[in-house]
Design a protein around this ligand. Sequence first.
Ligand code: ADE
Ligand code: ZN
Length: 362
Amino acid sequence: MGPSQADLRAFALDVPKAELHVHIEGTLEPELMFELARRNDVALPYRTVDEARAAYRFTDLQSFLDVYYRSCGVLLTESDFYDLGRAYLERAAAQGVRHAEIFFDPQTHTDRGVPLGTVMAGLRRALDDGASLGTSAQLILCFLRHLPEERAQATLSQALAYREDFVGVGLDSSEVGFPPSGFARVFARARAEGLHVVAHAGEEGPPDYIWQALDLLGAERIDHGVRCLEDDGLVRHLAAQQVPLTVCPLSNVRLRVVDSLADHPLGVLLDHGLLASVHSDDPAYFGGYAGDNYADAAAALDLDAAAVARLARNSFTGSFLERAAVQRHLEDVDASLRRLTGPLVGEGGPGEAPGAPGTLRP
Ligand code: ADE
Ligand code: ZN
């Protein structure tokens, strides 16, 4: 008999995992938003935390971004960014996140007059302190694609003063009408600086944006990427190259990319042999952190423990950690699965033929 639904849910919540797709600004819970609004004397469009949560009903990506950018108005001081980062890491660590590669949107803050140094100092301190929680963390600087490439270039120029504090660059914000092709020069410059490259593509935008992100930006990972399924040649390419796709099931439901979790194509992506993993995107707005996304997706899509463990492995394989660290995390995932199910294939269970470790015994 396999594990109960409750055991599977606990496993999905706890299994060691890497969070590769979370926007730190999207982790601003209404409680902290109100606290910072009071601290900084900033007006909010809501009277209470409950009223804020009730207003988080979105019809598409843009309807969410309008709320998200407005909420960022409470973030002003180094302590604000520290508190935001610290709160995120505590929540993530409690859901099995052992490593996080965290997006931040500098332009959202510098355009409001908050110095980049304030943002960097607060987040850096939070990440350094977070190490005691057992979660390593790195930053990825995202350019806002609804703004011109020259503004991204200026942001990169400024950010290079903090080169040691971030490991890569990404591309986010409103997707449709803002193709990756418009950012080829700034990404080439980032690559020349030795930075990793990721890009949101194929969330609302067409498969061609995924091709552009790969071919014109040199993206090593695609954030979302679910619309790749509309292009068979692209699916073959992503599978052959094992390009990581950082998929965000609860986000896709809340932003109406899919109708419901039961309709989510996560299982189809895995069936095609893609290196898909599961992440939270903007957990304060979408109803769950990394573990919640694993648990809810597993329940809605009837994923078994082996599939959940595969998602966790994919998250480490798709990370920018070095090989030895990835290997250690993969062993931890296997140990976690073993505690749930007993010996894995290839581990010499009774009468077992040799097989690949990390898969469930039949
Ligand atoms: N910024 C924050 N969340 C985002 C998302 N889901 N897509 C694009 N940009 C974002
Ligand atoms: Zn995102």
